[in-house]
Design a protein. Structure first.
Length: 141
């Protein structure tokens, strides 16, 4: 396999978290696992960051209940731009901010993980979701 082909296979994970330390830690974890990481502190920044950039998976911290509307708007905007067709979304939430799957229907949310979270489990889930997405894209082609 050529070096150019290897670069094309690197998957990009968008990490959205208002806590800079958490963003940096998650970015380091996904980079060490062989993925590329793009970071944003909030859904608005994430939308600007992803203009013209391919994203293969989104990991977003919901934060507070007040953050849910902005996150929904962000996911809807990505879908409208055609950037998240078949892009899985993993939401991170603390136990106090429970989410209902019905609130996120049609926005690509595949998984909701509670904090504290195991980075090993997160990476296993990311790999599974990316494999499923790749398989369905190959079937569609």
């Amino acid at each position: 396999m050529s070096r150019g082909a290897e670069r094309q296979q690197v998957r990009t994970i968008l990490i959205i978290d208002e806590d800079r330390c958490i963003r940096l830690m998650l970015a380091e974890v996904v980079r060490c696992a062989g993925y590329s990481a793009v970071m944003a502190s909030c859904p608005d920044d994430a939308l600007a960051t992803t203009v013209g950039q391919r994203v293969d998976l989104v990991v977003a911290d919901v934060g507070s209940p007040e953050a849910k509307p902005a996150l929904r708007e962000f996911l809807a905007a990505l879908t409208e731009r055609g950037q998240t067709v078949d892009v899985p979304v993993v939401l991170l939430t603390s136990a106090g901010h429970l989410l209902k799957a019905s609130e996120l229907t049609g926005l690509g949310v595949q998984l909701i993980l509670s904090k504290p979270l195991s980075t090993r489990e997160l990476l296993a889930d990311v790999a599974k979701l990316l494999d499923v997405t790749a398989a369905s894209q190959q079937e569609a082609a």
